[in-house]
Design a protein around this ligand. Structure first.
Ligand code: PLP
Length: 421
């Protein structure tokens, strides 16, 4: 008779071992587990503004024709619905890009899948990725899982700083690892977490450095434009991609989540042809393509103009909510608190003088005792920072919370700041 041995742990792959739980999961679980919590942490969109009416109309139209309905209930093709890619290409051209080829677009399950897939295409363990510091922490999770060495580049109120980027390139050369650089990841609109919007000049300066550095070896620039449709104030800045009219360099990533409906789980990316085929193959391995039905609805909404109506409603709502948050910060927090006014997006970045905001810090715990949550800046910092590590930053999101509880959350936090100042 065979002897049953005690069960051994599964022999995880190296990638599974590197894939640790995202800190945001803990914050989300806290929010869901306690309905009294006022969360300024969750990056969800405004529930009241979700375009239920416009989506219903589009559904009815798309399903009115039986053969059309059956077609979209069938599997689609991996890069995504042709109609949606064509509508998207037209929209990108309306937004200033030229000659956008729908065959260089891949539709994905949210922008997150585009980032994940292109990272799989480009990065082996030990390869280097340059990112803003602080940066979008869920992408940092993807990079760590891929085994990348994530190096931060200093940011100011306009995002990634050109001088700091040049410094990083010089360091990579001095260390003899410039050939391991695979990706430069830049958020080009209302960044997560700082809410920065690079000026026209800043966009050009970053692209110029990227291009100059190609002389020392090929690498990819990812432009993450997820928040482009949420411009609340000021001019509509051009895509960095506009500097790449022959579509040779930049992987432009976007989403239908932020200004429309994250429930569709649809995003997109527009990229050089050679990359397109590699990205599509990776996506094919994951899912054979995103939901054909969801893509048909979004294509219809783009074609009818309803998408722009929904985006406009979100902008109006967020402008009002952002102003409520800024007014509450002014009213309830000391003037020594640094508050970066966002011109768009979903986040207000704040820094407190002399107060540590890390998870588990006295400040964090006291705020949590008052049933308020924020995203500690620490979660968004890279492993390799330039200069001293920031310990006093916070991301406050006005996306999903309603104005009154938001004011109350800011007020309670202000009490803690005052008690600890
Ligand atoms: C900067 C940035 N990029 C990409 C994403 C991915 O969003 P989604 O997968 O919903 O498109 C997010 C979501 O918060 C984000 O903040």
């Amino acid at each position: 008779m065979s002897q049953l041995t005690s069960r051994q742990p599964f022999p995880w792959s190296r990638s599974a071992v590197r894939t640790t739980e995202s800190p945001i999961s803990w914050l989300m679980a806290k929010t869901v587990g306690d309905p009294e919590i006022l969360s300024l942490a969750a990056g969800f969109v405004d529930t009241d503004t979700l375009p239920q009416d416009l989506v219903k109309t589009a559904f009815e139209k798309v399903f009115a024709d039986a053969s059309n309905a059956r077609e979209i209930l069938q599997y689609g093709i991996t890069p995504g619905s042709r109609r949606l890619r064509q509508e998207l290409a037209k929209r990108l051209e309306r937004q200033g890009l030229t000659n956008v080829d729908p065959d260089c677009i891949v539709i994905s399950n949210g922008g997150q899948q585009s980032l994940y897939t292109v990272t799989n295409v480009m990065v082996d363990p030990g390869d280097i990725v340059l990112v803003e510091d602080p940066t979008y922490f869920v992408y940092m999770d993807v990079l760590r899982s891929a085994g990348a060495r994530v190096i931060g580049v200093k940011t100011d109120s306009e995002g990634m700083m050109p001088d700091a980027l040049e410094e990083r390139f010089a360091e990579l050369r001095a260390e003899g690892v410039r050939d391991r650089l695979k990706i430069l990841y830049v958020m080009s609109y209302f960044t997560n977490p700082k809410g920065c919007n690079p000026s026209t000049e800043r966009r050009k300066a970053l692209f110029d450095i990227y291009q100059r550095e190609l002389a020392d070896g090929q690498y990819l620039m990812i432009e993450d434009a997820s928040y482009r449709d949420l411009c609340l104030e000021g001019p509509d800045e051009p895509f960095i991609k506009a500097h790449d009219p022959s579509n040779e360099h930049i992987f432009l990533s976007g989403t239908f989540s932020k200004a429309f409906a994250p429930g569709f789980r649809l995003g997109w990316s527009y990229m050089p042809r050679e990359l397109h085929d590699a990205v599509a193959r990776q996506k094919g391995n994951q899912d054979f393509g995103s939901s054909n039905m969801n893509q048909a609805i979004v294509a219809e909404l783009l074609a009818s103009g309803a998408f722009e109506i929904a985006a406009g409603r979100f902008r109006d709502r967020y402008r009002a909510k952002r102003d409520v948050m800024l007014a509450a910060l002014k009213e309830f927090w000391p003037s020594s608190a640094h508050v970066l006014k966002p011109m768009g997006g979903l986040y207000v970045w704040t820094e407190l003088e002399g107060i540590n905001t890390d998870p588990g810090s006295e400040f964090f715990n006291r705020v949590l005792e008052k049933k308020v949550l924020y995203v500690p800046g620490r979660y968004c910092l890279c492993d390799e920072t330039q200069g001293p590590r920031l310990t006093n930053g916070m991301r406050l999101c006005y996306g999903v919370i309603r104005p009154e509880p938001m004011r109350e959350a800011v007020r309670r936090m202000g009490e803690v700041v005052a008690a600890m100042s």
